[in-house]
Design a protein around this ligand. Structure first.
Ligand code: 13P
Length: 247
């Protein structure tokens, strides 16, 4: 399937940034964004700000979501937030398995797949993140790592995977200012696309994340298998984020 058949998606991951006052300005700027942008746009905000995002963005071209979700439906899981709760705030997206969750919160490949499944069951679109460390990258293990991370996710089956978004985020490129080159990213995206095609779901959007900015977005988006971006730092500056979306 050609890239033209897949819509471009640019999602912001605010990580643990923001305040009511700061968000108000950022959300207002996004709300005012040109709805003719060639990209679909969304923001994944910290849980406490979901209501604020929902209120500010309702009826706009910008969708919203969260950065994590519990794999459990409900119950005695102190501190966790369920997919149904996210749905209550009209979330469209939820990140699953961001490398910072994997690294600092011990999320395994199976946990990530369980979270993706929980998200789907509540009608959310999970954005499943994969990516290798610098050591793995330098050892030539990138594709092996990606395939390992994807295995339990793809095992959820074609019907489930067809309703997901995937994001390739090389850990060495996150917050480092050192993006993968478009060709490096394309190589990995092509391998992910081959896995998706083998499952019968080649139309799934695969985003790139890791030091995406307005200056490098167009060259990344020019690649055949890169369907958009998952943006960290640059998503905190409305003008920069919107320039990425317009690239
Ligand atoms: P940066 O864009 O800040 O490198 O972060 C990428 C990321 O982790 C998005 O999820």
């Amino acid at each position: 399937m050609t890239q033209q058949a897949r819509a471009r998606l640019v999602l912001g991951n605010w990580k643990m940034h923001g305040s009511l006052a700061e968000n108000e300005l950022l959300l207002a700027a996004l709300r005012a964004a040109d709805t003719n942008s060639s990209s679909q746009i969304g923001v994944c905000v910290p849980f406490p700000y979901l209501a604020q995002a929902a209120q500010a963005l309702q009826g706009s071209a910008v969708s919203w979501g969260a950065q994590d979700v519990s794999a459990h439906e409900k119950g005695a899981y102190t501190g966790e937030v369920s997919a149904a709760m996210l749905k209550d705030f009209a979330c469209r997206w939820v990140l699953a398995g961001h490398s910072e969750r994997r690294a600092y919160h011990g999320e395994t490949d199976q946990t990530v797949a369980d979270k993706a499944r929980a998200a789907l069951q509540s009608g959310l679109t999970p954005v499943v993140c994969v990516g290798e460390t610098l050591n793995e990258h330098e050892a030539g293990q990138t594709l092996a790592v990606i395939r390992r991370q994807l295995t339990p996710v793809l095992a959820l089956g074609a019907d489930a995977v067809a309703r997901m978004v995937l994001a390739y985020e090389p850990i060495w490129a996150i917050g480092s200012g050192r993006s993968a080159t478009p060709e490096q990213a394309q190589d990995v995206h092509a391998a992910i696309r081959a896995e998706l095609a083998a499952l019968g779901t080649p139309q799934v959007q695969v985003l790139y994340g890791g030091s995406v900015k307005a200056a490098n977005a167009a060259s990344l988006f020019a690649m055949a298998d890169i369907d958009g971006a998952l943006v960290g730092g640059a998503a905190l500056v409305a003008e920069e984020f919107l320039r990425i979306a317009a690239a």
